[in-house]
Design a protein around this ligand. Structure first.
Ligand SMILES: *Cc1c(COP(=O)(O)O)cnc(C)c1O
Length: 405
């Protein structure tokens, strides 16, 4: 079975984990985290970077540091990670979705403009799945209305527009260092900003502690999970877990397990540890090489796809980063997935790709988001995939697509 995604498991990470549980001086830990924060800020071409326990913690820290309060309106993408919505709503924010472009899968300056009203206090723009959105034009629009722009760069570290790194366009940006994302620290996040006052407020709000056992627990979970995905047993198990009857339930249970690993949302923010800083700094150093490798594979995959697949357009506004390979399929995606699974290929569909947040928020006027949600397919393309494996994926897609009317 070719899994939907695979995460790299460098042996170095294991050693870093083992060494990090040995007794050590706290001061050394903090210095290592600070070194990573400085390297990250430099790479993203901003003045301030702050390590957090997760991408969503970084987002909430931005919300609080901006002084957003209950009743304020925030414009959000109509198609992005749905789990962000209840977290923002818990602050009393009223979320208004801006529809997306069906080619880039990103919100547009026009769709954002249509949603700006007297109560709008922030705009959250995402560079979805590594594709830069028109963040310079959206930024100008935000400036003209005096509204802060927040960039969600969870999928986009290393992407750029005219040589300027994504994340440096808005008032502040968040990144995720989750195990499945480009710079994995087995969990964690980054807040970056060029605004010194905002950085200072965020710093004051974040209780910096340096015990990192949450990340080690998560790393252990990920290592076990990844060995499972690579074992011969994975094929038969995946066929049962991902069939039509079980896929929804499995997805919910899996997200639930992750939420528990993160810890309760009302607990104080977890620390970012020296273990995470060491691992993340290593990944940051390798980021450009990895992005180049995967973007080359992306082009190869796009070239070989059967005719009814339309890959996401990623280069409309800049140079893309890499997160996942996604395409729209003209046909019933459930039938496609079933046919592919039978042939040993695990595709993601529906909320396994991203969520129709407009619908989640009770809006029915974002037809493009609904369209993309219904036709989106996540096709395996990951680090370490070679030309032969890629060919296998493409062959199965051709055969599976032929079975779908
Ligand atoms: C992963 C992700 C986040 C948040 O990251 P966590 O580290 O998992 O909290 C934010 N936005 C998007 C679009 C994401 O995919």
């Amino acid at each position: 079975m070719i899994p939907r995604r695979r995460i790299p498991l460098p042996a170095q990470d294991l050693w870093t984990g083992v060494v990090s549980v040995m007794p050590r001086r706290n001061g050394l830990d903090r210095a290592r985290v600070a070194r990573f924060e400085q390297a990250f800020a430099k790479r993203m071409d901003v003045r301030h970077a702050l390590a957090t326990a997760s991408g969503r913690d970084a987002l909430m820290l931005i919300v609080d540091a901006l002084g957003l309060a209950a009743g304020d309106e925030m414009i959000v993408p109509a198609y992005t990670l749905g789990e962000l919505m209840p977290i923002l709503q818990a602050r009393g924010l009223r979320l208004v979705p801006a529809d997306i472009d069906p080619d880039t899968w990103n919100m547009t300056p026009d769709s954002v403009r249509a949603r700006i009203g007297p109560a709008t206090r922030a705009i959250l723009a995402v560079h979805l799945l590594g594709a830069p959105c028109a963040v310079d034009a959206i930024g100008r629009l935000a400036d003209a209305h005096g509204i802060p722009l927040i960039e969600d760069c969870a999928h986009a570290p290393g992407g750029q527009i005219n040589g300027r790194p994504l994340g440096s366009f808005g008032r502040a940006a968040l990144f995720s260092l989750e195990a499945t994302k480009a710079i994995s620290a087995y969990g964690g996040g980054m807040l970056i900003t060029g605004d010194a006052a905002l950085a200072e407020r965020a710093h004051a709000l974040l209780s910096v502690r340096t015990s990192g056992h949450a990340a080690l627990r998560k790393a252990a979970f990920k290592w076990v999970e990844e060995f499972g995905v690579r074992s011969p047993l994975y094929g038969p198990v995946a066929r049962v877990l991902f069939d039509d009857r079980n896929a929804g339930r499995f997805e919910a249970a899996y997200r639930g397990a992750h939420a528990r690993l993160r810890g309760a949302a009302d607990k104080p923010p977890q620390a970012f540890s020296a273990f995470q800083a060491t691992v993340a700094l290593r990944r940051l150093t390798q980021l450009d090489a990895r992005t180049a490798r995967l973007n080359a594979l992306w082009i190869e995959m796009a070239r070989q796809l059967p005719p009814r697949f339309t890959p996401q357009r990623r280069d409309a506004f800049g140079t893309p980063a890499f997160y996942n390979f996604v395409a729209r399929f003209a046909g019933d995606v459930r039938l496609l997935r079933r046919a592919a699974l039978r042939r040993g290929l695990d595709l993601g569909i529906g909320s396994e790709v991203m969520d129709d947040t407009a619908r989640l928020l009770g809006y029915d006027d974002c037809p493009r988001a609904a369209e993309v949600f219904a036709s989106a397919v996540l096709i395996p393309l990951y680090d370490g995939m070679d030309a032969r494996r890629l060919r296998q994926v493409v062959d199965i897609l051709h055969a599976a697509a032929r079975e779908v009317p």
